[in-house]
Design a protein around this ligand. Structure first.
Ligand SMILES: Nc1ncnc2c1ncn2[C@@H]1O[C@H](COP(=O)(O)OP(=O)(O)OP(=O)(O)O)[C@@H](O)[C@H]1O
Ligand SMILES: [Mg+2]
Length: 387
């Protein structure tokens, strides 16, 4: 039901309106309240703030319509107001419209016109309310997202400290076990050590992701030899390369030159796509190719990883870069992982002014290609927000 307040000092207005809109009143579509001047109108608003539409005369004693409008605008936001005045009173009507009135009517009031105007005003109010509601929802969603990012960041931070202790002490005990010849313990200790390291990577990924999402990820740029960084990652993955019975081809020339970028993040991006290739390929071939190329007039380091693994369909490939998304729901059960690696990779590459692309065929294999500018430009760094 819509509540309408009519403000007019002519006594018969109430009678006319009750008569004219008796159907709407009977069917409880519209409910009318009446006031004789601005002061009474403000009192009525205080008593029943759920009034949606106000029809007000301009010339009244006590408080005129224009003053009333001004007061209302300051106190009530989702309100539609219609001013009524004599046809010759255009200056006041214009003032009222400038003050935020939704519409106006001239006296003598045409009843059909009045009905239309009320209907239109009701629509305006409901639009106002919808707009405010969605704005409010947006603000709440943003606040919730910020709280989530903060929680993730805090939690990951808290989790890392004890985890690093587990890693360190499992290493120490492993060494001691070797020293005292308690070799039976070593395989189990290694499992603890590996599991803790794995957990640490997951936590670091979540921390990175929450920082990216909050637009707080910073890069630290430095000059480094590209070959060394690529070589480091390949060494790090040595065990993973051989575990799946894969043949590994490294096509990485030593004269790749220097790159000015974030070395840690470049390492991390390459690690992610190489690690994926190992994870999703059995008894196949993994090729890492590095070279310098020019893309749209800009010199880039191109790192391509091709595998002959499970591959994916075009539809699956289109979803890859979304956070916590894997090609299939069964992926996590079969291969592990959280589905953050590629999202983070894409954001780091884009922040540096590059990108990542994928070409894949289901059952045949995939190629992931990273592009990183050879000279990342400081002022181009964007704190990309996950979208
Ligand atoms: N080389 C690949 N071959 C086949 N599928 C792949 C390959 N790389 C990625 N994918 C698909 O893309 C999904 C997302 O990859 P992403 O690296 O983001 O997550 P993940 O490896 O599952 O988990 P995480 O990297 O967070 O540990 C994978 O789950 C997999 O379905
Ligand atoms: Mg991954």
């Amino acid at each position: 039901m819509t509540r309408i307040l009519v403000v007019d000092d002519e006594p018969d207005v109430e009678l006319i309106i009750r008569q004219k809109f008796r159907r709407q009143i009977r069917e409880k579509q519209w409910q009318f309240d009446f006031a004789r001047n601005g002061v009474e109108a403000l009192e009525a608003m205080r008593r029943t703030p759920d009034i949606d539409v106000i029809l007000t005369d301009i010339n009244m004693t006590e408080m005129d319509g224009l003053t009333l409008l001004k007061e209302l605008r300051e106190q009530y936001r989702d309100l539609s107001s219609v001013v009524i005045s004599a046809y010759g009173d255009m200056p006041n009507i214009r003032r009222a419209m400038n003050e935020g009135a939704t519409d106006f009517l001239t006296k003598p009031i045409d009843m059909a016109d009045l009905e239309n105007t009320i209907s239109k005003s009701i629509e305006v109010v409901s639009q106002l309310k919808d707009a405010r509601r969605s704005h409010q929802e947006k603000l709440e969603a943003e606040a919730a997202n910020r709280a989530k990012s903060r929680f993730l960041a805090d939690m990951s931070h808290e989790l890392r400290t004890p985890l690093n202790a587990i890693i360190l002490y499992s290493e120490l005990i492993m060494e001691e076990a070797r020293d005292v010849g308690a070799l039976d313990f070593v395989p189990d200790l290694r499992k603890i050590h590996l599991a803790a390291k794995h957990l640490l990577t997951l936590i670091n990924d979540i921390l990175d992701f929450s920082k990216i999402e909050a637009g707080k990820m910073m890069l630290s740029l430095e000059t480094f030899p590209a070959f060394e960084v690529i070589h480091d990652v390949a060494m790090l993955l040595h065990e993973a390369f051989t575990r799946g019975g894969n043949e590994v081809v490294l096509d990485v020339p030593s004269d790749l030159g220097e790159v000015y970028a974030d070395a840690t993040r470049v390492r991390q991006c390459l690690f992610n796509i190489l690690n994926n290739a190992c994870k999703f390929t059995q008894n196949g071939k993994i090729t890492l190719r590095a070279r310098r190329v020019v893309v749209e007039g800009r010199e880039m380091l191109e790192l391509g990883v091709t595998d002959t693994g499970i591959g994916m369909s075009a539809e699956q490939a289109s979803r890859l870069f979304q956070p916590f998304t894997q090609a299939e729901p069964s992926t996590s059960k079969k291969y592990g992982g959280t589905g953050l690696g590629l999202t983070i990779t894409r954001h780091f590459c884009e922040m540096m002014g590059g990108g990542v692309s994928v070409a894949s065929e289901e059952g045949k294999g995939s190629t992931f290609t990273l592009h990183i500018p050879v000279l990342v430009v400081e002022h181009e760094l964007s704190t990309a927000v996950v979208g």
